[in-house]
Design a protein around this ligand. Structure first.
Ligand code: GH3
Ligand code: MG
Ligand code: MG
Ligand code: MG
Length: 303
Protein backbone atom coordinates (compact mmCIF):
# COMPACT_ATOMS: atom_id res chain seq x y z
CA UNK A 1 0.00 0.00 0.00
CA UNK A 2 1.41 3.38 -0.92
CA UNK A 3 1.14 6.38 1.33
CA UNK A 4 -1.04 8.28 -1.09
CA UNK A 5 -3.81 5.72 -1.44
CA UNK A 6 -4.34 4.82 2.20
CA UNK A 7 -8.05 4.49 2.98
CA UNK A 8 -9.53 7.67 4.45
CA UNK A 9 -12.19 6.25 6.76
CA UNK A 10 -11.32 6.37 10.45
CA UNK A 11 -12.70 6.37 13.98
CA UNK A 12 -13.29 9.89 15.14
CA UNK A 13 -14.11 11.15 18.62
CA UNK A 14 -16.16 14.36 18.71
CA UNK A 15 -16.02 16.23 22.03
CA UNK A 16 -18.41 19.12 22.69
CA UNK A 17 -20.58 20.14 25.62
CA UNK A 18 -23.43 21.11 23.23
CA UNK A 19 -25.41 18.29 21.64
CA UNK A 20 -26.27 20.52 18.70
CA UNK A 21 -22.57 20.83 17.75
CA UNK A 22 -22.05 17.11 18.07
CA UNK A 23 -24.96 16.54 15.71
CA UNK A 24 -23.57 18.93 13.12
CA UNK A 25 -20.14 17.25 13.13
CA UNK A 26 -21.69 13.80 13.19
CA UNK A 27 -23.75 14.67 10.10
CA UNK A 28 -20.64 15.97 8.32
CA UNK A 29 -18.56 12.88 9.03
CA UNK A 30 -20.81 9.86 9.36
CA UNK A 31 -20.71 8.79 5.69
CA UNK A 32 -16.93 8.37 5.68
CA UNK A 33 -16.11 7.64 9.32
CA UNK A 34 -17.10 5.92 12.51
CA UNK A 35 -18.07 8.74 14.88
CA UNK A 36 -17.88 8.50 18.70
CA UNK A 37 -18.81 11.38 20.98
CA UNK A 38 -18.30 12.74 24.48
CA UNK A 39 -19.87 15.76 26.17
CA UNK A 40 -17.18 16.53 28.74
CA UNK A 41 -13.40 16.26 29.24
CA UNK A 42 -13.17 13.30 31.63
CA UNK A 43 -15.51 11.21 29.45
CA UNK A 44 -13.46 12.17 26.37
CA UNK A 45 -10.25 10.93 28.05
CA UNK A 46 -11.93 7.68 29.03
CA UNK A 47 -13.16 7.00 25.49
CA UNK A 48 -9.77 8.01 24.03
CA UNK A 49 -8.03 5.45 26.25
CA UNK A 50 -10.53 2.65 25.74
CA UNK A 51 -11.51 3.04 22.09
CA UNK A 52 -8.33 4.53 20.62
CA UNK A 53 -9.86 6.89 18.04
CA UNK A 54 -7.70 7.90 15.05
CA UNK A 55 -8.54 11.57 15.54
CA UNK A 56 -10.25 13.84 18.07
CA UNK A 57 -12.34 16.91 17.28
CA UNK A 58 -12.20 18.92 20.47
CA UNK A 59 -14.25 21.87 21.71
CA UNK A 60 -12.06 24.43 23.53
CA UNK A 61 -14.68 25.88 25.87
CA UNK A 62 -16.44 23.36 28.09
CA UNK A 63 -17.52 23.60 31.71
CA UNK A 64 -15.20 21.86 34.19
CA UNK A 65 -12.26 20.49 32.21
CA UNK A 66 -11.70 22.62 29.08
CA UNK A 67 -10.24 21.51 25.75
CA UNK A 68 -6.71 22.68 26.58
CA UNK A 69 -6.66 20.58 29.74
CA UNK A 70 -7.98 17.57 27.79
CA UNK A 71 -5.23 18.09 25.21
CA UNK A 72 -2.51 18.20 27.87
CA UNK A 73 -3.78 14.99 29.48
CA UNK A 74 -3.91 13.23 26.11
CA UNK A 75 -0.27 14.12 25.40
CA UNK A 76 0.90 13.14 28.88
CA UNK A 77 -0.22 9.55 28.44
CA UNK A 78 1.57 7.13 26.07
CA UNK A 79 -1.69 5.37 25.19
CA UNK A 80 -3.21 8.56 23.79
CA UNK A 81 -0.23 10.78 22.92
CA UNK A 82 -0.31 9.72 19.25
CA UNK A 83 -3.90 10.73 18.59
CA UNK A 84 -4.07 13.96 16.59
CA UNK A 85 -6.42 16.66 17.92
CA UNK A 86 -8.28 19.28 15.89
CA UNK A 87 -9.72 22.11 17.97
CA UNK A 88 -13.22 23.13 16.88
CA UNK A 89 -14.21 26.34 18.56
CA UNK A 90 -16.05 29.64 18.35
CA UNK A 91 -12.93 31.35 19.71
CA UNK A 92 -11.05 32.72 16.73
CA UNK A 93 -8.48 35.29 17.80
CA UNK A 94 -4.84 34.60 16.83
CA UNK A 95 -4.15 34.14 20.56
CA UNK A 96 -6.78 31.38 20.81
CA UNK A 97 -5.45 29.69 17.72
CA UNK A 98 -1.85 29.93 18.95
CA UNK A 99 -2.85 28.61 22.35
CA UNK A 100 -4.55 25.59 20.77
CA UNK A 101 -1.56 24.80 18.58
CA UNK A 102 0.73 25.36 21.57
CA UNK A 103 -1.28 22.82 23.57
CA UNK A 104 -0.41 20.27 20.88
CA UNK A 105 -3.37 20.55 18.51
CA UNK A 106 -2.67 19.45 14.94
CA UNK A 107 -5.18 21.89 13.45
CA UNK A 108 -7.86 24.44 14.29
CA UNK A 109 -11.38 24.86 12.83
CA UNK A 110 -13.64 27.83 13.62
CA UNK A 111 -17.33 27.58 14.42
CA UNK A 112 -19.74 27.79 12.73
CA UNK A 113 -18.22 24.90 10.81
CA UNK A 114 -18.54 24.14 7.13
CA UNK A 115 -19.09 20.42 6.52
CA UNK A 116 -16.85 20.20 3.44
CA UNK A 117 -14.01 21.98 5.24
CA UNK A 118 -14.34 19.67 8.25
CA UNK A 119 -14.23 16.62 5.99
CA UNK A 120 -11.18 17.89 4.12
CA UNK A 121 -9.22 18.75 7.27
CA UNK A 122 -10.14 15.45 8.90
CA UNK A 123 -8.97 13.57 5.82
CA UNK A 124 -5.64 15.38 5.88
CA UNK A 125 -5.02 14.59 9.54
CA UNK A 126 -5.97 10.94 9.08
CA UNK A 127 -3.53 10.61 6.19
CA UNK A 128 -0.73 12.18 8.23
CA UNK A 129 -1.52 9.89 11.15
CA UNK A 130 -1.45 6.78 8.94
CA UNK A 131 1.88 7.78 7.47
CA UNK A 132 3.29 8.33 10.94
CA UNK A 133 1.86 5.03 12.22
CA UNK A 134 3.42 3.18 9.29
CA UNK A 135 6.81 4.74 10.03
CA UNK A 136 6.52 4.02 13.74
CA UNK A 137 5.66 0.40 13.01
CA UNK A 138 8.82 0.07 10.92
CA UNK A 139 10.93 1.60 13.66
CA UNK A 140 9.32 0.12 16.77
CA UNK A 141 7.72 -3.24 15.96
CA UNK A 142 9.23 -6.67 15.56
CA UNK A 143 8.29 -7.74 12.02
CA UNK A 144 7.83 -11.43 12.85
CA UNK A 145 5.59 -11.25 15.92
CA UNK A 146 4.14 -7.74 15.66
CA UNK A 147 5.03 -6.95 19.29
CA UNK A 148 7.36 -4.10 20.30
CA UNK A 149 11.02 -4.51 19.42
CA UNK A 150 14.02 -3.89 21.66
CA UNK A 151 14.27 -0.25 20.65
CA UNK A 152 10.65 0.40 21.63
CA UNK A 153 11.15 -1.47 24.88
CA UNK A 154 14.23 0.56 25.84
CA UNK A 155 12.39 3.81 25.13
CA UNK A 156 9.30 2.81 27.02
CA UNK A 157 11.05 1.42 30.06
CA UNK A 158 12.86 4.77 30.52
CA UNK A 159 9.60 6.67 30.19
CA UNK A 160 7.59 4.48 32.57
CA UNK A 161 10.45 4.50 35.04
CA UNK A 162 10.33 8.30 35.23
CA UNK A 163 6.54 8.34 35.33
CA UNK A 164 6.23 5.74 38.10
CA UNK A 165 9.13 7.39 39.94
CA UNK A 166 7.22 10.67 40.13
CA UNK A 167 4.10 8.90 41.38
CA UNK A 168 6.12 6.50 43.60
CA UNK A 169 4.41 3.48 42.06
CA UNK A 170 5.92 0.09 41.30
CA UNK A 171 7.09 -0.97 37.85
CA UNK A 172 7.15 -4.69 37.20
CA UNK A 173 9.02 -6.59 34.53
CA UNK A 174 8.72 -10.17 33.34
CA UNK A 175 11.61 -11.64 31.37
CA UNK A 176 10.28 -14.65 29.49
CA UNK A 177 12.44 -17.22 27.70
CA UNK A 178 11.17 -20.24 25.80
CA UNK A 179 12.42 -23.54 27.19
CA UNK A 180 14.66 -25.67 24.98
CA UNK A 181 13.88 -23.67 21.88
CA UNK A 182 17.05 -24.75 20.13
CA UNK A 183 15.83 -28.34 20.39
CA UNK A 184 12.44 -27.18 19.06
CA UNK A 185 14.07 -25.71 15.95
CA UNK A 186 16.25 -28.79 15.53
CA UNK A 187 13.22 -31.07 15.72
CA UNK A 188 10.51 -29.12 13.84
CA UNK A 189 12.56 -26.77 11.66
CA UNK A 190 13.18 -23.03 11.79
CA UNK A 191 9.95 -21.99 9.98
CA UNK A 192 7.88 -23.93 12.54
CA UNK A 193 9.93 -22.20 15.25
CA UNK A 194 9.01 -18.83 13.74
CA UNK A 195 5.31 -19.71 13.73
CA UNK A 196 5.55 -20.75 17.36
CA UNK A 197 7.20 -17.43 18.31
CA UNK A 198 4.15 -15.70 16.82
CA UNK A 199 1.82 -17.85 18.94
CA UNK A 200 3.80 -17.24 22.11
CA UNK A 201 3.78 -13.48 21.48
CA UNK A 202 -0.01 -13.58 21.11
CA UNK A 203 -0.36 -15.51 24.36
CA UNK A 204 1.69 -12.81 26.08
CA UNK A 205 -0.56 -10.09 24.75
CA UNK A 206 -3.56 -11.97 26.10
CA UNK A 207 -1.89 -12.35 29.49
CA UNK A 208 -0.94 -8.66 29.81
CA UNK A 209 -4.10 -6.94 28.70
CA UNK A 210 -3.99 -3.44 30.23
CA UNK A 211 -3.44 -0.65 27.73
CA UNK A 212 -0.23 0.46 29.51
CA UNK A 213 1.33 -3.01 29.42
CA UNK A 214 4.05 -3.56 26.85
CA UNK A 215 5.05 -6.91 25.36
CA UNK A 216 8.42 -6.74 23.59
CA UNK A 217 10.68 -9.16 21.79
CA UNK A 218 13.86 -8.61 23.74
CA UNK A 219 15.96 -10.81 21.47
CA UNK A 220 15.74 -14.22 19.75
CA UNK A 221 13.26 -16.26 21.77
CA UNK A 222 13.37 -14.02 24.82
CA UNK A 223 10.53 -11.59 25.54
CA UNK A 224 10.02 -8.81 28.06
CA UNK A 225 6.68 -7.76 29.50
CA UNK A 226 6.69 -4.30 31.07
CA UNK A 227 3.93 -3.73 33.62
CA UNK A 228 3.84 -0.12 34.84
CA UNK A 229 1.95 0.64 38.05
CA UNK A 230 1.81 -3.00 39.05
CA UNK A 231 3.23 -4.62 42.18
CA UNK A 232 4.85 -8.05 42.37
CA UNK A 233 1.58 -9.77 43.18
CA UNK A 234 -0.11 -8.43 40.06
CA UNK A 235 2.94 -9.30 37.97
CA UNK A 236 2.85 -12.85 39.30
CA UNK A 237 -0.77 -13.02 38.16
CA UNK A 238 0.33 -12.09 34.64
CA UNK A 239 3.00 -14.83 34.72
CA UNK A 240 0.41 -17.37 35.83
CA UNK A 241 -1.99 -16.29 33.10
CA UNK A 242 0.74 -16.62 30.48
CA UNK A 243 1.61 -20.14 31.62
CA UNK A 244 -2.09 -20.98 31.54
CA UNK A 245 -2.47 -19.56 28.01
CA UNK A 246 0.43 -21.75 26.87
CA UNK A 247 -1.09 -24.79 28.52
CA UNK A 248 -4.31 -24.13 26.61
CA UNK A 249 -2.38 -23.72 23.34
CA UNK A 250 -0.80 -27.10 24.08
CA UNK A 251 2.03 -26.79 21.56
CA UNK A 252 3.84 -30.14 21.22
CA UNK A 253 7.61 -30.15 21.80
CA UNK A 254 8.56 -33.80 21.42
CA UNK A 255 12.27 -33.07 21.89
CA UNK A 256 11.81 -31.22 25.19
CA UNK A 257 13.20 -32.99 28.25
CA UNK A 258 10.87 -30.82 30.38
CA UNK A 259 7.40 -32.19 29.53
CA UNK A 260 7.08 -32.65 25.74
CA UNK A 261 5.04 -29.43 25.56
CA UNK A 262 6.26 -25.94 24.75
CA UNK A 263 6.88 -24.08 28.01
CA UNK A 264 8.56 -20.90 29.18
CA UNK A 265 10.61 -19.79 32.16
CA UNK A 266 9.95 -16.39 33.69
CA UNK A 267 11.86 -14.00 35.96
CA UNK A 268 9.74 -11.37 37.71
CA UNK A 269 11.14 -8.10 39.08
CA UNK A 270 9.12 -5.36 40.76
CA UNK A 271 10.65 -2.05 41.89
CA UNK A 272 9.55 1.40 42.90
CA UNK A 273 11.96 3.71 41.03
CA UNK A 274 14.24 5.55 43.45
CA UNK A 275 17.15 7.97 43.32
CA UNK A 276 19.79 5.27 43.29
CA UNK A 277 18.17 2.84 40.90
CA UNK A 278 17.85 2.74 37.11
CA UNK A 279 15.71 0.85 34.60
CA UNK A 280 18.73 -1.35 33.90
CA UNK A 281 18.49 -2.66 37.47
CA UNK A 282 14.97 -3.90 36.78
CA UNK A 283 16.16 -5.81 33.72
CA UNK A 284 19.14 -7.21 35.62
CA UNK A 285 17.00 -8.49 38.51
CA UNK A 286 14.41 -10.05 36.18
CA UNK A 287 17.21 -11.67 34.15
CA UNK A 288 18.84 -13.15 37.24
CA UNK A 289 15.48 -14.58 38.35
CA UNK A 290 14.89 -15.99 34.87
CA UNK A 291 18.23 -17.75 35.12
CA UNK A 292 17.13 -19.09 38.51
CA UNK A 293 13.85 -20.40 37.01
CA UNK A 294 15.88 -22.21 34.33
CA UNK A 295 18.25 -23.68 36.91
CA UNK A 296 15.33 -24.83 39.08
CA UNK A 297 13.95 -26.97 36.23
CA UNK A 298 12.23 -24.57 33.72
CA UNK A 299 8.45 -24.21 33.11
CA UNK A 300 8.14 -21.92 36.16
CA UNK A 301 8.45 -18.36 37.38
CA UNK A 302 10.72 -16.93 40.06
CA UNK A 303 10.27 -13.72 42.06
P1 GH3 B 1 16.82 -22.80 27.40
O1 GH3 B 1 15.68 -23.63 27.90
O2 GH3 B 1 18.00 -22.86 28.32
O3 GH3 B 1 16.42 -21.39 27.15
O4 GH3 B 1 17.30 -23.45 26.03
P2 GH3 B 1 17.20 -22.82 24.59
O5 GH3 B 1 17.52 -23.90 23.61
O6 GH3 B 1 15.89 -22.15 24.40
O7 GH3 B 1 18.28 -21.68 24.67
P3 GH3 B 1 19.36 -21.15 23.69
O8 GH3 B 1 19.62 -19.73 24.06
O9 GH3 B 1 20.53 -22.09 23.68
O10 GH3 B 1 18.71 -21.19 22.26
C1 GH3 B 1 17.81 -20.26 21.81
C2 GH3 B 1 17.36 -20.72 20.45
O11 GH3 B 1 16.37 -19.82 19.95
C3 GH3 B 1 18.46 -20.77 19.44
C4 GH3 B 1 17.91 -20.09 18.23
O12 GH3 B 1 18.02 -20.86 17.10
C5 GH3 B 1 16.45 -19.89 18.55
N1 GH3 B 1 15.95 -18.64 17.97
C6 GH3 B 1 16.29 -17.38 18.27
N2 GH3 B 1 15.65 -16.52 17.46
C7 GH3 B 1 14.86 -17.24 16.64
C8 GH3 B 1 13.96 -16.91 15.57
O13 GH3 B 1 13.73 -15.76 15.22
N3 GH3 B 1 13.30 -17.94 14.96
C9 GH3 B 1 13.52 -19.25 15.31
N4 GH3 B 1 12.85 -20.20 14.67
N5 GH3 B 1 14.39 -19.58 16.29
C10 GH3 B 1 15.05 -18.60 16.96
MG1 MG C 1 -18.40 24.42 24.29
MG1 MG D 1 15.38 -20.50 25.62
MG1 MG E 1 17.32 -17.50 25.27
Amino acid sequence: MSWTDMAVGGRILVVDDAMENIQILHAALQDEHEVLFAMDGPRALEIARKQRPDLILLDAVMPGMDGYAVCRELFASPETADIPVIFVTALKSPEDETRALGAGAADFISKPVNAAVVRARVRTQLTVKRQRDALRALILLDPLTGVANRRAFDERVEMEWRRCGRAQLAVSLLMVDIDHFKLYNDHYGHPAGDATLVQVARAMRNAAGRSQDLVARYGGEEFAILLPQLEEQGATGVARRLMHELEMLDIPHAASPTNQRLTVSIGIAAMVPGEHSQPGDLVQVADALLYQAKADGRNRYRT
